[in-house]
Design a protein around this ligand. Structure first.
Ligand code: TMP
Length: 213
């Protein structure tokens, strides 16, 4: 089993954390060594950046500054967590990665996409996910699902979240091999089974003994 980077993407409250956790459990159950992580906040520095960007009481952060903070988080995360795990042959499951900056700060915040791509290329050192699951959900439905107070990004208006969703769909259309579109309005167990099937098809997840033909 060689290393692979599996990323989950989508708007807030689309079910990323639930699906990432279910997948990590499925991988572990099949004996695959796995690291579960996320952006922003997969490292110590990242957790500070996460607090700053999501919960800072300061005035609105310009989208380009937000993109730079996310890029700093990503650079640290790739260097300290993702690359070392891949080198050890582990599977990395990350809640969010470079596509988030393109969708949120690029399409949502309207920072030019070439600027975002340049930041992502520096932060990732050219590393691309092996496969990305885009959990697509209507922002209205996501807002209904969300419990508790909204953070700074969740509190942005409906048109921002619509742009983020459309941005994600555009990313998927551009990279249909890497990015798998998943209907996140289905029940969590159903979504999970679809993800497992796709990973088995790609031979990233070994089949469960005795189940297959
Ligand atoms: P979450 O990980 O709990 O979904 O929250 C992270 C928030 O940060 C979410 O609103 C999306 C946002 N975000 C960006 O805006 N750009 C990024 O590059 C990343 C990784 C996250």
């Amino acid at each position: 089993m060689k290393g692979a980077l599996i990323t989950f993407e989508g708007i807030d409250a689309c079910g990323k954390s639930t699906q990432a956790s279910l997948l990590v459990r499925a991988l572990e159950a099949r004996g695959v060594p796995v690291v579960h992580t996320r952006e922003p906040g997969g490292t110590e520095l990242g957790r500070e950046i996460r607090r700053l960007v999501l919960y800072s009481q300061r005035a609105e952060i310009p989208a380009v500054a937000e993109a730079l903070l996310m890029a700093a988080d990503r650079a640290d995360h790739v260097e300290r967590v993702v690359l070392p795990a891949l080198r050890r042959g582990q599977v990395v499951v990350s809640e969010r990665f470079a596509d988030s900056t393109e969708a949120y700060q690029g399409y949502g915040g309207q920072v030019p996409l070439e600027v975002i791509r340049c930041l992502n290329a520096i932060a990732t050192r050219g590393l691309e996910p092996t496969v990305t699951f885009l959990l697509d959900l209507d922002p209205e439905e996501a807002a209904r699902r969300r419990g508790g107070p909204a953070d700074r990004l969740e509190a942005r208006d409906r048109t921002y979240h619509q742009r983020v969703r459309q941005g994600y769909l555009e990313i998927q259309r551009r990279s249909p091999q890497r990015v798998v579109l998943v209907d996140a309005s289905a029940p969590a167990e159903e979504v999970h089974r679809a993800i497992v099937r796709e990973l088995e098809r790609r031979e990233i997840l070994p089949g469960q003994g005795g189940e297959g033909p």
